[in-house]
Design a protein around this ligand. Structure first.
Ligand code: AMP
Length: 212
């Protein structure tokens, strides 16, 4: 099953994506994670992406389509994959449709996380990220140790600074919100969930959309 997670930054796609992936026994790909790892390793991809990411702008479509194509061709994705934040523009949605068709597959569910803008600002500005594992946490102080005891320190992502958050939300409205209309117009199986409330409640709603 190929599941596309759509929703603004801070809607909980990452956390819920991991839970859906575990329930279905398939991997999750997050282009944000792939890009952050590339930035950390100082690869060509990372050097190309860093400026866009720090400002909260989208990385060019051609870069994302390359990552998408490579990732979907991996044997590990044969039984399905959860795509977290991978489709953020209409050209990316078109590109994913082409890639899946070439592989004889299709997007099975587009899962949309519905949540109000004010809540997102609150969530993202309170979020810390482990500088070693790049995992996000809520409810922990910056500068403290990673709660997973991996030896990392909790920092604030450059794009979780207040100005960058507001910019990312504007980018979402301008460039990613039209992706939903594109999927609806192309007859995709679109499911909306209420992304407010506890992580556990949202997980129940998310899993119901994939038949779990
Ligand atoms: P995320 O971790 O999903 O919030 O992504 C962090 C940043 O990575 C975004 O603000 C973009 O700069 C970049 N990024 C991740 N996925 C994409 C994508 N599909 N298209 C363009 N940029 C992306």
């Amino acid at each position: 099953m190929i599941v596309v997670l759509l929703g603004p930054p801070g809607a909980g796609k990452g956390t819920q994506g991991e839970r859906i992936a575990a329930a279905l026994g398939v991997p999750k790909i997050a282009t944000g994670d792939v890009l952050r790892a590339a930035v950390k390793d100082g690869t060509t991809l990372g050097l190309e992406a860093k400026g866009f990411m720090d400002r909260g702008d989208l990385v060019p479509d051609a870069v994302i389509l390359g990552i998408m194509k490579e990732a979907l061709a991996l044997p590990a994705q044969a039984n399905g994959v959860i795509l977290d934040g991978v489709v953020r523009t209409v050209p990316q949605a078109e590109g994913l449709a082409r890639v899946t068709q070439e592989l004889g597959r299709k997007v099975d569910v587009v899962l949309v996380f519905d949540i109000a803008g004010e809540l997102l600002v609150e969530r993202l500005s309170g979020r810390t990220t482990c500088d070693k594992e790049q995992k996000p946490f809520t409810g922990f102080e910056r500068g403290g140790p990673c709660p997973n005891n991996c030896g990392g320190v909790l920092v604030r992502r450059q794009d979780d600074e207040p100005d960058a958050i507001l910019h990312r939300l504007r980018v979402y409205e301008a460039q990613t919100a039209p992706v939903l209309a594109w999927y609806v117009a192309h007859g995709a199986n679109v499911a909306h969930i209420d992304a407010t409330g506890s992580f556990a409640d949202v997980t129940v709603r998310a899993l119901a959309t994939v038949g779990r």
